[in-house]
Design a protein around this ligand. Sequence first.
Ligand code: 9UX
Length: 67
Amino acid sequence: MKKLKVDGMHCQNCVKAVTEAVSALPGAKGVVVSLEKGEVTWEEMGVGIEEVKAAIEDIGFDASEPK
Ligand code: 9UX
């Protein structure tokens, strides 16, 4: 499981937007976005983590690798 921290999500519409953006990436499988945890996780992804980060930032949220 891979994970990015997502800052700036405040409601379920944000969750939907991030879920759709990340799920639309090539090879994405098992994408789960948590508002409570402020994170997105996935099981499989056809692109690198930097591209996942870019897709989230493109729609206005801040994404970073968890410490
Ligand atoms: Mo909800 Mo998210 O009103 O940017 S859509 S906070």
